[in-house]
Write a protein that binds this ligand. Structure first.
Ligand code: ATP
Length: 375
């Protein structure tokens, strides 16, 4: 049962296409993230689900209700969609207390006073706001204000939560804390949630699934592990993960020992099953893009499987960014540059050479033209 469904949804602003043929199914109780760079169309997608924007084409269902279909002239207003929205700017009523802010949507609906009181106290308890119910928004911290905004959304018991970067106005530390709180709360309430962000860490840590969007087009949809471990194309590979995946232009070649990614300056032997896939797809002798994440490149001192001439090369260390828990090492072989994320014990030094090992089990190959993943 899909709680929210988008079928072939387009949004055109004049000549500009903000959303192209979006197909999405969000399951009941799921925490779905819409992730992408600024201007990719994620807010527009959310606003179409909310009913704040009309799709140019396509259908949107909430539950089993068709809420938007321009061809049939259907466009349900936001109030008839059983949704609650939380935005980046939490827009609390400054003259009202926390209690009244949370109670507001119920008052609008003319819910009896006693029932309002019960709901408000229940929600305040859940969000740790009980002690603050008499305060005004200006007497609260940013995180507390954001929790009041959440409270106002929760109290309505909607079918779906729509959230647009609700944590982006908080400082870094509070954001991390609220991330966990929000996730816990969503699990507890079990309400289907669609959450827009451009922050891949937020997406990876909170989402049950992530829909990665670029230039109005859905690039991939999957669990955090799926989009991280098996990116559908170079865009997803580079957008998810920090530092991003390394991409190196390669020729795919075969000799009696196997199939290789040849970079000119050095080459890496692909695993047998990887070679088999490349052979099947007729990519032997072709140009391709080799991809590998920095954490899958090791200082040879700490590598488990090192086979000189197969998964190893000597590289110049140009810059080291010491993060404490690990070292981001900028490496160069001839004019090929890439990043390695070495463990903190690594003794590499800037300006010296180091043997580096590639974990070929984690290697990716992408089509040179389309950027689509072969594996
Ligand atoms: P951000 O993270 O910056 O909010 P986004 O992915 O949410 O970005 P949208 O707000 O969905 O992006 O906008 C997608 C594209 O559509 C942008 O290029 C934007 O300029 C354009 N756009 C959005 N609303 C309108 C509008 N009302 N009229 C014209 N263009 C618009």
């Amino acid at each position: 049962m899909a709680e929210v469904k988008l079928i072939g949804v387009w949004k055109q602003f004049g000549n500009f296409t903000a959303v192209k043929d979006m197909n999405l199914e969000i399951k009941h109780g799921e925490f779905m993230i819409l992730l992408g760079p600024s201007g990719c169309g994620k807010t527009t997608t959310l606003r179409m689900i909310a009913g704040l924007e009309e799709p140019t084409k396509g259908q949107i269902y909430i539950g089993d209700k068709l809420v938007a279909d321009p061809e049939k002239g259907i466009l349900a207003p936001p109030k008839d969609r059983d949704i609650a929205m939380v935005f980046q700017s939490y827009a609390l009523y400054p003259h009202m207390t926390v209690y009244d802010n949370i109670a507001f949507p119920l008052k609008l609906r003319k819910v009896p006073k006693q029932e309002i009181d019960r709901h408000v106290r229940e929600v305040a308890e859940m969000l740790g706001l009980t002690e603050l119910l008499k305060r005004k928004p200006r007497e609260l911290s940013g995180g507390q204000r954001q929790r009041v905004a959440l409270g106002r959304a929760i109290v309505r018991k909607p079918q779906v939560f729509l959230m647009d970067e609700p944590l982006s106005n908080l400082d870094a530390k509070l954001r991390v804390k609220m991330r966990a709180e929000l996730k816990r709360l969503q699990r507890q309430l079990g309400v289907t949630t669609i959450y827009v962000t451009h922050d891949q860490v937020e997406a990876m840590t909170m989402g049950d699934r992530i829909a990665v969007i670029n230039q109005g087009v859905l690039q991939q949809i999957g669990t955090p592990d799926e989009v991280y471990d098996r990116p559908a194309n170079t865009f997803v590979g580079s957008f998810i993960g920090s530092p991003p995946m390394n991409f190196i232009d390669a020729s795919i070649v075969e000799d009696e020992r196997g199939v290789w990614a040849d970079f000119g300056e050095f080459r890496l032997k692909l695993l047998d099953d990887q070679g088999e896939v490349l052979r099947e797809k007729n990519l032997i002798g072709k140009e391709a893009i080799f991809g590998i994440r920095p954490e899958d490149i090791y200082d040879a001192m700490f590598a488990q499987i090192k086979i000189p001439g197969e998964n190893m090369t000597r590289a110049m260390v140009e810059i080291i960014e010491n993060l404490g828990s690990e070292k981001i090492v900028h490496l160069r072989v001839g004019d090929i540059t890439f990043l390695g994320a070495f463990r903190s014990e690594s003794k590499v030094k800037e300006g010296q050479e180091v043997d580096v090992v590639f974990d070929m089990r984690k290697a990716h190959v992408f089509d040179k033209g389309s950027g689509k993943a072969v594996f």
